[in-house]
Design a protein around this ligand. Structure first.
Ligand SMILES: Nc1ncnc2c1ncn2[C@@H]1O[C@H](COP(=O)(O)OP(=O)(O)O)[C@@H](O)[C@H]1O
Ligand SMILES: [Mg+2]
Length: 267
């Protein structure tokens, strides 16, 4: 299973949603920072035993290695241990450093063929973003948004432009799940409203349901500290992410713990 998490402009929550999806399942998962504008995972995550992850490898190392070798263990082997079942491969710190990746397709292929489940945080995306091939390689694309009409209408426009570009690359329509970051107490109503706003979209055919993730400052702190087991797994953030994981499994049809398939060429 390969989940790409992205967002439209001004829709914070992409990195946090990606990490929450990564840690809220017992399935071995690698969370990878693939935001071309820079990534905060290395700064925010507290490594087991305290402190930060080593400065390398980062996604730049993976992008470089993926040009030479491609195998199912590459992504997990480069990532740093975070929790019992989650490894993290941070992205590069600032946008300027991404200039080193001229071609994002080998990275996309490495993520797709990973034997471990992958959640990649692509950050902001539009139809000319360098990360479009990475989104196209994913089983399912999560588009994070906020529960404001303006944000959802921007997302509608974004999906209408992005979906055909992604479909052309993967030679099949993408499967996209918009996910609202919302207070838990209003989540049900918000999901309904977002569904209504997106229903008349030209991209409605690729929208496979609406999900939600809880705004939960306490759960946020615990999660980045690597405290995700026992009662710490019952924060609103991680509970909502666990429900979303089940929803994404259902949408993609990719079973948990499935053997990786022969993925073929990614155009
Ligand atoms: N689910 C959440 N619960 C609480 N705060 C959140 C949540 N998601 C995002 N935030 C807040 O928004 C900020 C930006 O979120 P982040 O995940 O880094 O967004 P992005 O990667 O899209 O820039 C975080 O530093 C945090 O303060
Ligand atoms: Mg981010």
């Amino acid at each position: 299973m390969f989940i790409a998490v992205c967002c439209d402009r001004g829709a914070p929550g992409s990195t946090t949603t990606a990490l929450a999806l990564g840690v809220s399942t017992p399935e071995p998962t690698v969370v990878v920072g693939v935001d071309p504008y820079g990534d905060d995972l290395a700064q925010r995550c507290i490594a087991p035993g305290g402190g930060s992850f080593p400065p390398t490898p980062t996604v730049l190392t993976l992008a470089s290695e993926a040009r030479k070798i491609l195998d199912a263990s590459l992504v997990a082997s480069m990532a740093h241990e975070f929790t019992a079942s989650t490894r993290v491969l941070p992205g590069h710190y600032s946008a300027e450093l991404a200039g080193g990746i001229n071609d994002w397709k080998p990275l996309a292929a490495a993520l797709r063929m990973s034997g471990s489940r992958v959640v990649a945080d692509l950050g902001r995306i539009h139809s000319s973003s360098p990360t479009v091939p990475v989104a196209a390689a994913a089983d399912v694309i999560v588009m994070v948004t906020r529960p404001e009409v303006g944000a959802v209408l921007h997302l509608k426009d974004r999906l209408e432009r992005l979906a055909p570009v992604v479909a052309k690359i993967r030679n099949a329509p993408p499967m996209i799940v918009p996910v609202v970051v919302t207070p838990k107490r209003i989540a049900g109503g918000v999901v309904d409203q977002v569904g209504q706003l997106l229903a008349p979209s030209n991209a409605a055919g690729v929208i496979k349901g609406i999900g939600w993730v809880a705004i939960d400052p306490d759960g946020y702190e615990l999660m980045y500290a690597g405290k995700v087991g026992g009662k710490d797994a019952r924060t609103p953030l991680l509970r909502s992410a666990a429900v979303l994981n089940d929803q994404l499994d259902g949408v993609s049809g990719v079973r948990s713990y499935a053997e990786p398939e022969d993925e073929g060429e990614i155009a």
